[in-house]
Design a binder for this molecule. Sequence first.
Ligand code: ZN
Length: 348
Amino acid sequence: MEGSTLIRKIHMVCPLCDRTHEVEERRRIATITIKGDKVSYEERFLYCVNADEAENEFVTGSMANENLLNARNGYRVKHGLLTSDEIVAIRENYGLSQVDLARLLGWGEATISRYESKAIQDEAYDTMLRLIKDNPLAALEFLKKNADKFSAMKRLEIRSKIVEKLDTYGKEFLSRQAFEAEYASFDTKCDSNGFALLNIDKLEAMISYIAEKVSHLYKVKLMKMLWYADSLSFKSSGLAMSGMVYRHETMGALPIGHYALMNLERLNVKEEACGDYDYMLHIYPTLDMDYSILTKADKKILDAVVEKFKDYKSKAIIDYMHEEIAYTQTGQGDIIPFSLAKEIRDFL
Ligand SMILES: [Zn+2]
């Protein structure tokens, strides 16, 4: 009773004196020992003025639960662990159920439910929760690691919920990762990549640079212009510019991973309707692109490619490329080696 504060009076049947009267609901700071440690917390209780001093307090079932939760959260705060409310907030931020978050982290199904209601998490579990707290990319890593815990449909659903939480940086990182994955088997300098490793920063600068100078730049035309830029660079210096690997396709040279390339978050690509059911990808310059990654020699080559092809329609640049030795001497689907690419007709 001493050191407690009155919250309100409740008219009820009192289990201590068996009478109906105003029972006081009060709160105070209490201490409890958890895991051998003394913890202070706020406790709520009911008080009967009619009963003996020795036994004049009681709690309802839900009050007892709440007191215990407060005590455990007191322990968590004291030990720098996430509180149950913070764990709920992390889960709700991703829009996940308790079972789904537990599976995502590779834990037993009931683990999150227990942490949100009663049990105190181990430090290792706490660290994992903090990892994903403000970092959807880390959450995606867990999803990859524990993919087998979900059906394919459920995995996609959870993935899209996490991706929704990505900021610009996260989206950019993810789009680069997808493109880089296409080049996993081209991690050494060789004839296929023109003795240059994939350089996405440079490639983005090349594309935006071309887009600044060519007003109607569509995907097919851009792909040919990139091949010409890489081939000219290899011809003049023995090194390609972007590090991309190109295949012989019906429409001419096409870089590996070109779908992922067009999805790079930093590129300014817009879908434009073309007929009723189709669309074309129109490439625009990126507003704040940093061109300092391009050398003087790179720019000279890009300028020459722009000057040569800027007024070509897609069909015309495809026809032009079809005449190159690199095309006539390779077959459908073959990688076009730069040793052949350097035989292009000169226009520098
Ligand atoms: Zn009473």
